[in-house]
Design a protein around this ligand. Structure first.
Ligand code: PLP
Length: 436
C-alpha cells in the first residue's frame, strides 16, 4: 500500500511542529509504516522491510494475524468497545484465569492496566502498601517505564531525567559484569558477589524495611543483558530471608520472547508479583500485574484503571495467548533465536567494531565498541548500522546503557530463512557502516 498524500518528509515537519522533541524518532529521515504482513512491514513509499524490532516488541506474532484480527472484529461487531470495570467483562475474567495459571504463582490475582509503565506503577503501589515502606531495590541499567515511580526504579541515566521519585531506591548490580574488576569472574563467583551485595544493601543501606526488589530477567533496554544463570534464584533466597517480595518485570521478556513463556522461568524462581504488557495484545494496548493474593489484595482503598482490561484489548489478548500456545511459540523462539544468534556471531566474527552479540530467545543485541578498545562504547557505529540496515531492508532498534547496541526483537513467528537473511543484512550493514 503506497500513500497518495504528502510523503514522510512533510509528515516529519508536521510531527516536529506538534509533538515533543524528547519523543525520539528513528532515522535521519523518519519513516511511516503503513502496512504489514507476517514479519514484513511496508513504508509510505512502498518499500518493504524485514522487521527485527516488531514495534518495540509489541507485535509479538507479527502483522495481519488473522486470528487476532477476527477476535477484535467480533468484539467490535457487538458494539461494545468499552464498558469499565464496574461491570463484569467475560474476556477479562478468562484472560486473568489464564495469566494466573501461566504465572505459576499460587492462588494468583490479576489486575489489568493499559501499559507497562502503569503496570510497574501498580506493582510498586501494592508492594509499598503491603510492606509499609517506600524503599525499593532495583538493578543498575534497568528500564521500567516513564512515570515518576517507574523512572525512580529505572537505573539508566539516559531515561531518568531529574531523577525525582516518590520512592527511596537502591540500585544493585545487574546482568552486566564486563566492566571493571568483576569482568574476569565466572558465573558462580559473580552470582555470589551479587547476592552478597544485595544482602549488604538490605541490611546496611535501607531504613530497615524494604518494600520490594524489581528485576527484569533480561535487561532489554540496556541491550538484551540476561541475568547470569542462578542470579535470580540467589536474589530470591536473600529476599526471602528478609520477607521482601520479588517483582519480576516481564514487560519485554514475556509471552515467549526469551524461549520460555516468561523470562524468569529460566531461573526456576516463582515471583511474588509479575508485571506484563507489550506483546500480550499483539499491538493492542495492554498491561497488568499478577501476584500473590495477600499482596494483590492489600489496598485499603478502591482503585481502578478506566481502560485496563477493556473488552477489545482482552479479545486480542485471548487470541494472542491462544496463538502462542497453539503454535508453541516459546519453543520456536528458543530454536530460531539460537539459530539467529549463531548466524549473527558467525557473520560478524571478523568485524572489529563488534564487541558482543548476546541475548536469550528472540531478544538480543549487537554491541559496538571502538576497535581494539572494547571498554570504549561506539554509539555512533550502532546508529550508522541502524541506518545501513534500513537501506538493506531491515528494521532494528537502538539501545544499550551507552547507546551502543543494535537491538533485535523480531516477531516470534520468524522463520529460519528470515533469521538467516536478517543476520546477513546486519553483517552487510555493519560493513557498510564501517566503510563509510
Ligand atoms: C522492562 C520494561 N518495563 C516497563 C516498560 C514500560 O512499558 P510501556 O512503554 O508500555 O509503558 C518497558 C518498555 O519498554 C520495559 O521494557
Amino acid at each position: 500500500m503506497v500513500r497518495d498524500d504528502a510523503g514522510a518528509d512533510d509528515l516529519f515537519r508536521r510531527h516536529q511542529a506538534v509533538l515533543p522533541a524528547w519523543m525520539p524518532l528513528y532515522y535521519e529521515l523518519p519513516m511511516e509504516i503503513v502496512a504489514g504482513a507476517g514479519c514484513v512491514v511496508t513504508d509510505g513509499e512502498g518499500t518493504e522491510y524485514l522487521d527485527f524490532y516488531s514495534g518495540i516488541a509489541t507485535n509479538i506474532l507479527g502483522y495481519g494475524v488473522r486470528e487476532v484480527r477476527e477476535a477484535v472484529q467480533r468484539q467490535l461487531c457487538t458494539g461494545i468497545v468499552h464498558t469499565s470495570t464496574f461491570y463484569l467483562i467475560r474476556a477479562q475474567v478468562e484472560v486473568a484465569e489464564r495469566i494466573g495459571r501461566l504465572s505459576g504463582i499460587p492462588d494468583p490475582v490479576v489486575f489489568f492496566t493499559c501499559s507497562g509503565t502503569e503496570a510497574v506503577e501498580t506493582a510498586l503501589l501494592l508492594a509499598t502498601q503491603y510492606r509499609d515502606s517506600h524503599q525499593i531495590i532495583s538493578l543498575r541499567y534497568a528500564y521500567h517505564g516513564r512515570s515518576f515511580g517507574a523512572l525512580g526504579v529505572t537505573g539508566d541515566r539516559m531515561w531518568q531525567g531529574r531523577g525525582l521519585s516518590p520512592l527511596r531506591v537502591a540500585h544493585v548490580r545487574g546482568g552486566g559484569r564486563r566492566r571493571g574488576e568483576l569482568g574476569s569472574l565466572d558465573d558462580t563467583a559473580y552470582v555470589r558477589v551479587c547476592a552478597e551485595e544485595l544482602e549488604e544493601t538490605i541490611t546496611t543501606s535501607t531504613p530497615g524495611r524494604t518494600a520490594a526488589m524489581i528485576v527484569e530477567p533480561v535487561q532489554g533496554v540496556a541491550g538484551a543483558v540476561p541475568l547470569v544463570p542462578g542470579q535470580l534464584g540467589a536474589y530470591k533466597e536473600v529476599l526471602d530471608r528478609h520477607d521482601v517480595p520479588l517483582i519480576v518485570d516481564e514487560v519485554q521478556t514475556g509471552w515467549g520472547r526469551t524461549g520460555q513463556f516468561w523470562g524468569h522461568q529460566w531461573h526456576e524462581v516463582t515471583p511474588d508479583l509479575m508485571v506484563f504488557a507489550k506483546g500480550g495484545g499483539n499491538g493492542l494496548s495492554m498491561g497488568g500485574v499478577v501476584g500473590r493474593r495477600e499482596i494483590m489484595s492489600c489496598l485499603p482503598v478502591p482503585s481502578l484503571s478506566s481502560f485496563g482490561g477493556n473488552p477489545l484489548a482482552m479479545a486480542a489478548v485471548r487470541a494472542t495467548i491462544d496463538y502462542i500456545e497453539t503454535h508453541a511459540l516459546p519453543a520456536h523462539a528458543a530454536r530460531v533465536g539460537d539459530l539467529l544468534i549463531e548466524e549473527l556471531r558467525r557473520n560478524l566474527a571478523n568485524e572489529p567494531w563488534v564487541r558482543e552479540v548476546r541475548g536469550a530467545g528472540l531478544l538480543m543485541a549487537v554491541e559496538y565498541a571502538q576497535p581494539g578498545s572494547p571498554a570504549q562504547p561506539a554509539p555512533q557505529m550502532a546508529e550508522a548500522v541502524q541506518e545501513a540496515c534500513r537501506r538493506r531492508g531491515l528494521l532494528v532498534g537502538l539501545g544499550g546503557t551507552f547507546h551502543d547496541c543494535a537491538r533485535i526483537m523480531p516477531p516470534l513467528t520468524l522463520s529460519a530463512e528470515q533469521a538467516r537473511e536478517g543476520a546477513r543484512r546486519v553483517a552487510a550493514a555493519t560493513k557498510d557502516a564501517r566503510e563509510n
